[in-house]
Design a binder for this molecule. Structure first.
Ligand SMILES: [Zn+2]
Length: 253
């Protein structure tokens, strides 16, 4: 073998043995075996993926650089390629919403009172399995001056078994729309958690509450069945336009 061909042979061997360069410092692939998804990104992107897949079965795979036809590019190791066969790629988890639905409001136009309140029909989540629901109340303008506590109190009630919803502390919540007695909201605590407080500062104005998360009232979990209630201690008699709820779930896109 002449010197030039020896050199070419050496270069060729060097090229072949150096097809794989060092482990890449900044980029990794992370695999969620729970969701069967993989995601390749820089450290920040991988960290965000891990945050979205909290408590899932996660595996981080360092990537290698390989010599392609032109320059170097990142590659997934062969063992990892086999591992993610059939897994979805590079996904983001996004919010998704159902359709806004109005509660029955037959008995919702309650007079101002610290105890005489309202309870809603129950929402059954046992087959839909939504993760949360937001509630918004739309109250029409009433030309009566604010008085009493100048506030309307919304409460949330949960059911995980049988027919026993969260207590008010006085009247019983049964999942059907109607009126119900609460402990005096001016002086006593109510057992059920507050969903929202709608203040009534100025008379003859439409009042739209904020969207309030039901799951947030139950430590982040939307119960199998749930409903809401209301005490109006604002000084006016309510004119309820609607009380809507919209359910939330997650989607992979
Ligand atoms: Zn996951």
């Amino acid at each position: 073998m002449g010197k030039i061909s020896q050199l070419l042979h050496f270069v060729d061997r060097y090229r072949r043995t150096s097809l794989v360069r060092e482990r890449h410092a900044n980029e990794s692939m992370v695999v969620c075996h729970t969701c069967r998804l993989h995601h390749t990104d820089n450290e920040q992107g991988v960290f965000e993926f891990c945050t979205r897949h909290k408590y899932h079965s996660l595996q981080i795979v360092p990537l290698f650089e390989v010599r392609a036809q032109e320059g170097w590019s990142l590659a997934i190791p062969q063992h990892a390629n086999n591992m993610i066969a059939g897994y979805g790629g590079n996904a983001s988890i996004k919010e998704a919403f159902g359709t806004a639905t109005a509660f029955t409001k037959t008995n919702a136009n309650i007079a101002t009172s610290a105890t005489a309140g309202w309870k809603s029909n129950a929402i059954d989540n046992t087959s839909n399995l939504y993760l949360d629901a937001s509630v918004m109340a739309y109250l029409a303008a009433v030309n009566t001056p604010p008085a009493n506590n100048k506030a309307i109190y919304l409460f949330a009630f949960s059911l995980i078994e049988g027919t026993t919803y969260t207590s008010t502390g006085d009247g019983t919540i049964d999942g059907s729309e109607g009126t119900v007695t609460y402990p005096d909201v001016g002086t006593l605590p109510v057992v059920a958690p507050i969903l929202d407080v709608i203040y009534y500062p100025v008379q003859n104005k439409v009042l739209n509450s904020k969207a309030s998360s039901v799951a947030a009232r139950f430590d982040g979990v939307l119960p199998p069945k749930w409903c809401i209630g209301m005490v109006n201690y604002s000084g006016m008699t309510l004119s309820v336009t609607n009380i809507f709820y919209i359910e939330k779930y997650l989607t992979v896109a």
